[in-house]
Design a protein around this ligand. Structure first.
Ligand code: CDP
Length: 198
């Protein structure tokens, strides 16, 4: 069975938690596509060459989750040649047999517009910054400033800007909390699977 769940949204909205939960529940593969951009951003050197040579081993570095890696990721993510170099890798996983969940910024709009389920997970900048601050510590106002800066860069770039696909279901996790968002996402996937295999 080929079945893709595309989960897009801004930084620290809860995409990763929802993606992991949905993948575990249905036995689908999961790819956090932010890791690709983080791995390219943090490596240094020519980002286009790094993106072209990226392997799964590069996604295993343990410093990819830092705020610095997130900022570096969103800087290289504006470069069209970097994005183009990462498309096939993501599409192969999205359309592999057995089902897949991909989370990122442009999965439902660019990488896999044919995805069977598209979710756009969001929350207010303050709620997202608070969650990220609980993970990384430091100065909460500084974390908020970085989240806002990264959102602006991701939404404002010319190539594959962050925005909900026209047919995406929007989950605002500032209003509903992550547990309820997971339950809603699971229900949406179940309904789509039932439509395919009644
Ligand atoms: O975990 P968090 O939501 O903070 O970030 P991430 O998903 O790891 O993504 C890091 C950065 O990579 C984002 O700010 C985007 O600039 C970029 N990215 C992208 O452009 N397209 C994707 N599909 C995934 C990430």
């Amino acid at each position: 069975m080929i079945f893709t769940v595309a989960i897009d949204g801004p930084a620290a909205a809860g995409k990763g938690t929802i993606a992991r939960a949905v993948a575990a529940r249905f036995g689908f593969a999961h790819l956090d596509t932010g890791l690709l951009y983080r791995a390219v951003g943090i490596r240094g050197g020519d980002p286009v060459l790094v993106a072209k040579a990226l392997t799964l081993a590069d996604l295993a570095r343990d410093d990819l989750r830092s705020m610095a890696a997130g900022q570096a990721a969103s800087r290289v993510a504006v470069i069209p040649e970097v994005r183009a170099a990462l498309v096939d890798f993501q599409r192969r996983i999205a359309r592999a047999k057995g089902g897949a969940v991909l989370d990122g910024r442009d999965i439902g709009t660019v990488i896999c517009p044919e995805a069977e389920v598209k979710l756009y997970v969001t929350a207010s900048a303050e709620v997202r910054a608070h969650r990220r601050w609980l993970e990384v510590g430091g100065d909460e106002a500084q974390v908020l400033a970085e989240v806002v800066e990264r959102d602006a860069r991701d939404m404002g770039r010319a190539d594959a800007p962050l925005r909900p696909a026209a047919d995406a279901i929007v989950l605002d996790t500032s209003v509903m909390g992550v547990d309820e968002a997971v339950a809603r996402a699971v229900a949406v996937v179940e309904a789509a699977l039932r439509r395919m295999h009644p």
